[in-house]
Write a protein that binds this ligand. Structure first.
Ligand code: CTP
Length: 402
């Protein structure tokens, strides 16, 4: 957790003594810790104790500006990667929920855009008071995250819920939070994904389609959303349920998929085209059910729009990723598609390989990159393949920045 800044806001309750241990544990975990104390916190422990534990100045008064070139509460608010209120009294939670800023902690809390965590500690009846519960709800809705108090003997003599969680546990929770955030590789990115087959109508009861199940595309959408992306999934007809947190748009034909993709393309950072789009559709769709006749049937098909190719021609800042499902000469065809469709990456798979075909739970793919290198991944679940693809996309985005 080197280079991560934690602003510890210590409000006044008996649990302040535990905040001293918390400062020490967070520092030992590698965080840079700066402490702000309320006046009532200073009734329990002096700022000097926190200064010694954090090896940083301790802030107590909004008007005691230590550096004339800065405004302390704004500077601290910007410095923090995370603000932790521990112990969080009923009073500080109430003030924050209501936008009151009348001391160094509450002004800083209103000024920060960093994630805020609160570890409440108070008497059991105070903690279950409707006013406190309502303030916690309001803060929760605004994105404040809570380390719930534990149960046990309270300093006031009661037994119940209200003890500040142990410093080791709080440190572990905050450390895990940062580790998980590291995995949010696509935070703030808009990702457009297509999945599944298309259906080209022949008559009201028959259509032309393929074996795509959509599982790969849905797995990518799920993993992209978990990685923090804003995901739009344009799905062909599949029997999969929508993923929470993913905007899913259902389409049927290649033309409908094309129209939907074009609507979102210009605003997307990354486009992943895992759908198996029909290359042909019947020239004529019969309004009525076709009746069988003697002899053979000849249907005329025409080309659909090659969506990926069109995107390749129009792309500006977008990272464009195509799929190549082949039955032979995977490398040759994949490299051809990389070039002819102006893609940034082609995910190739030989659908004749066991476990890598349509409808399976697993896949074995190779990433064909623009610099001529290729990464052959082992047979793994579609979720694992999706994770590997997200990390590849992250690298492509990083390359753009350098
Ligand atoms: N694709 C597309 N629009 C189409 C056909 C394909 O966007 N009308 C996209 C697919 O989503 C996939 C990539 O193009 O990302 C490759 O699809 P594939 O069907 O394997 O290749 P084709 O371009 O159709 O080429 P070929 O028929 O020669 O295999």
């Amino acid at each position: 957790m080197v280079n991560k800044n934690i602003l510890l806001c210590v409000s006044g309750g008996i649990a302040v003594y535990k905040a001293v241990a918390l400062t020490s544990k967070l520092s030992q975990a590698g965080f840079n810790v700066k402490v702000i104390m309320t006046e009532s916190a200073m009734e329990f422990v002096t700022p000097l104790t926190f200064q010694a534990m954090s090896r940083n100045d301790v802030y107590t008064d909004t008007f005691d500006e230590k550096d004339s070139s800065k405004i302390a509460h704004i500077d601290l608010a910007d410095w923090a990667d995370l603000v932790l209120i521990a112990p969080a009294t009923a009073n500080v939670l109430g003030k924050l929920a209501n936008g009151i800023a009348d001391d160094m902690i509450t002004t800083t809390l209103l000024a920060t855009t960093a994630p805020v965590w609160a570890a409440p500690a108070m008497n059991v009846h105070m903690y279950s008071h409707p006013a406190v519960l309502k303030n916690i709800d309001v803060l929760h809705e605004r994105g404040v995250q809570f380390v719930e108090p534990s149960e046990g003997f309270l300093a006031c003599g009661y037994v119940g819920k209200g003890r500040l969680e142990e410093p080791e546990k709080i440190t572990q929770i905050i450390t895990e939070y940062f580790s998980k955030r590291k995995e949010r590789l696509l935070e703030g990115k808009k990702v457009l994904i297509t999945a599944g087959p298309t259906r080209e109508k022949i008559d009201p009861v028959r259509f032309f389609t393929n074996h795509s199940s959509g599982k790969m595309g849905y797995a990518i959408a799920k993993k992209a959303a978990e990685a923090g992306a804003e995901v739009t999934l344009i799905s062909g007809p599949v029997s999969l349920s929508s993923t929470p947190g993913v905007t899913t748009i259902k389409t049927e034909t290649a033309e409908e998929m094309y129209q939907a993709v074009m609507k979102y393309f210009h605003d997307s950072d990354v486009v992943i085209k895992s759908a198996a789009v029909a290359d042909y559709r019947p020239v004529q769709t019969n309004e009525q059910k076709m009746k069988k006749k003697d002899g053979s049937l000849i249907l005329e098909f025409e080309r659909t729009t090659d969506i990926l190719k069109t995107l390749g021609e129009q792309k500006k800042h977008q990272i464009l990723i195509g799929f190549a499902a082949e039955t032979e000469q995977l490398e040759t065809y994949a490299l051809n598609k990389l070039k002819s469709k102006n893609a940034d990456l082609i995910v190739g798979n030989n659908i004749m390989t066991e476990g890598a075909g349509f409808g399976t739970e697993t896949n074995a793919v190779t990433f064909f990159r623009k610099d001529g290198t290729a990464a052959e991944l082992p047979l793994q679940t579609k979720d694992q393949v999706a994770e590997a693809l997200i990390s590849e996309v992250h690298h492509l985005l990083q390359e753009r920045l350098t």
